[in-house]
Design a protein around this ligand. Structure first.
Ligand code: 13P
Ligand code: ZN
Length: 277
């Protein structure tokens, strides 16, 4: 291990930041990413850690991930710049033993802080890890334009949003069979949006932040990026199909509820029954 960038998931983290930038989801400092490191990765990365900074109290507490380490993008930092200068734009933070404070142990150079959405990320990590028996390690927030546009024209309800997305592309229901949760517009960056999102994270791995973007959880970068990509593509298809249909979503053809259920049956996946008739 000659640099911290040789730790596989530090490299993967940097790649995912750039992947999101290339998709056009990260104007300016928009969006953020966190990854919960494994014990082995922490051991590999520790020789490169720097003098720990002071503890910073969070407005939330999550005991099940106390003492863990997260890679996080920086607040006000641009995804566009991560690949070129990771040390300035991302960092590693340690959570204290009571699960209510963090401190920077590597990166985020010149006094930068982890994302302003760190409280949301941390609370959602706590809930997603509990829901998946520790499997989920990635939380990704992106300013996906299709999802933002959709939030202006469809009801801000879990069922309505999910059904539209499932109907847009055959494999959507396979990729997110539980559906998506919807948080109404809220002030970003603080404990209130963290609490609202983590309540939905008990059920869903994908959450729409109305007029803001997407919040997605998963076990690794491929799955989480793939989830966000699939949801966003479905949203864009909906908007294009609706525009091509004179603004109406009363489409001539669409995937039936029976089709959605048959797909899940054949793929051996459990669909969220509350969202199909
Ligand atoms: P940060 O730069 O603090 O990560 O904020 C960006 C963002 O998208 C807030 O929702
Ligand atoms: Zn945002």
């Amino acid at each position: 291990m000659s640099t911290i960038y040789d730790v596989a998931n530090v490299k993967g983290f940097i790649r995912m930041c750039n992947d999101g930038w290339l998709q056009g989801w990260h104007e300016r400092n928009g969006g953020n990413l966190t990854y919960r490191m494994t014990d082995d990765e922490v051991a590999e990365a520790k020789p490169f850690f720097e003098e720990p900074r002071e503890w910073v109290k969070m407005g939330v507490r999550g005991e099940n991930l106390a003492g863990q380490y997260f890679v996080s993008t920086g607040s006000g930092k641009y995804m566009r710049n991560v690949l070129e200068d990771p040390h300035a734009n991302i960092g590693i933070v340690e959570i204290n033993e009571t699960g209510d404070a963090f401190r920077v142990v590597w990166g985020l150079a010149n006094g930068a802080r982890p994302t302003s959405e760190f409280e949301s990320h941390y609370m959602n990590h706590c809930v997603a890890a509990a829901r998946t028996d520790g499997a989920d390690r990635v939380i990704y927030h992106a300013h996906t334009p299709g999802i933002i546009e959709m939030s202006f024209v469809v009801p801000l309800e879990d069922r309505a949003f999910t059904r539209i997305l499932w109907q847009m592309m055959t494999e959507c229901v396979v990729v997110f069979p539980t559906g998506v949760g919807v948080v109404p517009w809220m002030v970003p960056g603080g404990p209130a949006i963290a609490e609202a999102s983590s309540e939905l994270m008990k059920t869903y791995d994908t959450i729409v932040w109305a007029h803001h973007g997407l919040f997605a959880a998963g076990p690794d970068f491929d799955t989480t990026f793939g989830l966000a990509h699939t949801v966003e593509k479905a949203a864009e298809i909906y908007l294009a199909a609706r525009a091509a249909n004179g603004g109406s979503d009363d489409f001539l053809n669409k995937i039936s509820d029976k089709g959605l259920k048959d797909t899940c049956r054949d793929f051996g996946i459990k669909i969220n029954e509350a969202f199909v008739d």
